[in-house]
Structures are given as structure tokens and as C-alpha cells.
Design a protein around this ligand. Sequence first.
Ligand code: AMP
Length: 215
Amino acid sequence: MRIVLLGTPGGGKGTQAKLICNYFNIPHISTGDIFRGKIKEGTAEGEVISSYMEKGQLVPDRLTISLVEERLIKDDCKNGFLLDGFPRDEKQAEALDLIMNKKNEQVNFAFLIDVSKEIILDRVLGRRVCPVCRESYHVKYNPPKVPGKCDVCGTALVHRPDDQKEIILDRLTIYNQTTQPILEFYEKKGILHKIKGDGGIQDIFSQISGVLKEA
Ligand code: AMP
């Protein structure tokens, strides 16, 4: 199964992506994580990426698309994958189609996790992540066992710089402008599934896995 997971920043994509990938045993490909990895490597490419990300802006398509293609041709994607954070605009959706065509494959599910702005702010402002193993927590809804420390590796958790209120509001504006055409793109193909994302983690997961199991 080749899945595209769409939804606002902070809408719970990352959490659902992990659950889906564990359950169906496919790799979780997050462009945000690929970028954060590049920044950590300290390369010139990482510096370019960082200059966009820290302002909440989209990284240029050319660079983004080439990094995604590089990842999708790896062996572990042979039996499927889940893309989280990509495509983010129509050009990227078309580029993904081209990458798939080259491999004689196609995306067969696009999920939109639909969440209200109030809930997104609440989730993002309380989100804390582990900078080492990338586990994600929420101070109220999914707190770590020891406050401020990662359950998995014990590292001090951080509030991502692009999860601050002004930046998240900018990211939401960009999202609203760029996502509508992607929804139409996948709706036309008949593979778009809209999921109500205001509920709990398990409730959202059962809506998604219900669709995947039926297929
Ligand atoms: P995320 O972890 O998905 O919330 O992404 C964090 C940041 O990475 C975004 O605010 C963008 O700056 C950048 N980013 C992630 N995915 C993409 C993409 N598909 N195209 C361009 N920029 C992206």
C-alpha cells in the first residue's frame, strides 16, 4: 500500500503515521524528518533547508522533490510506504505521480486528517519532541513518564522552534493556500479519504485502518 497522509501541521499526522506504519509494516517517510536530519549533518544543503524551515516557509520544490525521490527508490519502499508531509502543493503531487510512473506504481490511498484551528494550536503548543530518537509527546495528552525526558532514550525533550504560536499561524496560512489543489488532485483520482481528526489518537487510527483493511 502506497499512502499519502495529508493534514494541517499539528493535526496528528506524525502520530497516526507511526501507528499505521507499525501496523501495516511499511516505512514512514516524513519530509520534515528528512530535512531535520540534513540540518543536523551540518552540510550546505542543511543550511539552505534551515533558512526556510526556521521561518515556517516551504523548502523549495526542486530540493524537496529530489530528496523524496532519493528516498522512494530505496529497497524498503518496494512493498509500500507512507508519505507524511509530502506532497504539500500541487507541483509536488504531480512530481510524485512522475516518480511513481517511473517505478510502474501509483499512490493508492490519500488520507486527509481534518482538524479545527483551536485544536491544532492546543496540540502544537503542547507538543514536545525528542531531538535524538524523534519520539513525540504532549504535555497534557501524552506526557512522558518523567517530565521533560524522553521515555525511550532519556534525552531532554524540546519544543520545536517552528512550533511557536506566530510561526504555526503562518504555517497554517500556507497550508490552507497550498493544500486545496492537492485534495482536488486526489479526489479526481478517487483515492481521497477524509478523516475526522478532532477525536482521540485511537479513534482516528481506527477510522484510517478501517479503510485500509477494507481495501
Ligand atoms: P513538518 O515536520 O512536516 O511539520 O515540516 C516542518 C517544516 O519542514 C515545514 O514547515 C517546512 O518548512 C518543511 N517541509 C516539510 N515538508 C515539506 C515539503 N513537502 N515541501 C516543502 N517544505 C517542507
